[in-house]
Design a protein around this ligand. Structure first.
Ligand code: SDX
Length: 427
């Protein structure tokens, strides 16, 4: 706790409130004393609320800083890889060579799903949105692991984390294959994590497929850039679900559902839809005007962020990866990339966006890369969910392994005061 004090004077009373300091970032004022004095705090959208203590990720929105375990995202993106970052999120330290090899092999040995899982897919229409399928099949995983669902057992929590990280690419690829009517591809464990995913997505039983290493590297970087992001909406959903004691598979399924929204993880799909709707750089001004029009619900997808009021450090890395992938594929003149770069330039010179500190976020360029790799727009948020799984499960584990209570926010009630029931014949 900090030696700072906060006091609140209200109704002639002064309440002394505890202040806590973290390693870095704003101090927090503990407000639990308010309830006993007949008050709640009021913070719709939890814009100013620290819902928990965490050691996993730190964001400074004004400085455009994102740290996982203290390491800047730019350095991890440049020098680390996705599974090593998964290890960092789960255990709070970078692995040494032996620890990394053990972890990678553990994940490798859990990439297959129980073959009965394939029957779940058959209940969906072929044109089901992939996120609808993922919500279902990830939650269904809990039906296969009754031997390891004791959340109070550290070993059960660890094997659940490994299973989820290992099986998300398999389930994501099965979801894609199901929607295009192709047979499921089994994971090939001699491949790296990202190579295996691209193999399961684009391979087929009739041909030997060779995964392009440049695309696999870009895929791994996209997973890494999405791995965790502090207490965002979907992670907070996972924590709230977990606070009831629900099993980790059900909690991750809840996180997937929350991520689906276009204001959150669904934005990458919405960015591509927007760029396609703009269609040509000559129409950008028309759409920027719509985004600024208070009477028009249209927003520039991929711009703005609840926390980053400066650039999103992930967007900068993603933009560089987009250039690399499109150069590798000879798509430097991809019309959507041209529109995206022009849109970014115009938006960042426009007073409306500057005043509101609306910069490109992680979703603005990720869709360009995913489209270039050949992933359909409808699968973009599934890729985000796959990447975010270690973050979700790390936060779930951090909460469950510590002391926690069931999450139960209160409200400001503005409905009718108590009144007596009126019989039907008197209404
Ligand atoms: C992710 O939390 C996380 O960490 C999320 C995430 C993660 O890794 O988990 O980073 C992933 O969700 C990134 C965000 C992806 N969403 C989008 O790209 C959708 C487009 N962006 C917006 O919907 C919006 O910016 C939010 C939802 C992201 C943030 O909304 P805020 O912080 O609540 O801001 P706001 O809605 O209060 O807007 C403030 C002002 C408003 O104008 P005024 O009322 O001041 O006149 O900015 C305007 C808004 O109208 N505004 C935009 C805009 N975003 C905000 N105007 C046009 N286009 C936009 N994109």
């Amino acid at each position: 706790m900090s030696d700072k004090k906060a006091s609140l004077s209200i109704d002639g009373k002064t309440l002394d409130l505890k202040v806590h300091s973290g390693t870095i970032g704003p101090d927090v004022i503990e407000v639990s004393a308010l309830t006993g004095n007949g008050y709640f705090t009021y913070d719709p959208g939890f814009v100013s609320t620290a819902a928990c203590e965490s050691k996993i990720t730190y964001i400074d929105g004004d400085k455009g800083v994102l740290l996982h375990g203290g390491y800047p995202i730019e350095q991890l993106a440049e020098q680390s890889d996705y599974l090593e970052t998964c290890y960092l999120l789960l255990y709070g330290a970078l692995p040494n060579a032996t620890q990394k090899e053990t972890f990678v092999n553990k994940v490798r040995m859990h990439t297959m799903v129980n073959d009965q899982m394939s029957t779940f897919f058959k209940g969906f229409r072929r044109d089901a949105h992939p996120m609808a399928i993922m919500c279902g099949v990830v939650g269904a995983l809990s039906a296969f692991y009754h031997d390891s669902l004791d959340i109070t057992d550290e070993k059960h929590r660890e094997i659940s984390a490994i299973r989820l990280i290992a099986k998300m690419p398999t389930l994501a690829a099965m979801t894609y294959k199901y929607t295009i009517g192709q047979p499921f591809m089994y994971p090939q464990n001699h491949l790296s994590y990202a190579e295996n995913f691209l193999h399961m997505m684009f391979g087929n039983p009739c041909e030997q497929d060779k995964v392009n290493p440049v695309l696999a590297k870009a895929m791994d970087k996209i997973f890494l850039l999405h791995a965790d992001h502090e207490q965002n909406a979907s992670t907070s959903t996972v924590r709230l679900a977990g606070s009831t004691g629900a099993n980790p598979f059900a909690c991750i399924s809840a996180g997937i559902a929350a991520l689906w929204g276009p204001s959150h993880g669904g934005a990458n799909e919405a960015v591509l839809d927007m760029l396609n709707e703009i269609g040509d750089a000559s129409r950008i001004d028309e759409f920027v005007a719509k985004a600024k029009d208070k009477d028009d619900p249209f927003r520039l997808m991929g711009f703005g962020h609840r926390v980053y009021k400066n650039f999103d450090p992930r967007a900068k890395v993603m933009k560089q990866a987009a250039d690399e992938v499109l150069a590798e594929l000879g798509l430097e003149n991809d019309p959507l990339l041209i529109i995206a770069k022009r849109l970014e330039q115009i938006a960042l010179e426009d007073e409306y966006f500057i005043e509101r500190k609306l910069y490109p976020n992680v979703d603005f360029y990720s869709g360009i890369i995913l489209k270039a790799i050949g992933i359909p727009t409808s699968m973009f948020t599934v890729i985000f969910a796959l990447g975010r799984t270690p973050g979700w499960i790390a936060h779930w584990n951090e909460m469950i392994s510590g002391s926690y209570r069931i999450g139960r926010p209160r409200q400001l009630y503005t409905g009718p005061a108590q009144r007596d029931f009126v019989p039907l014949d008197k209404r």
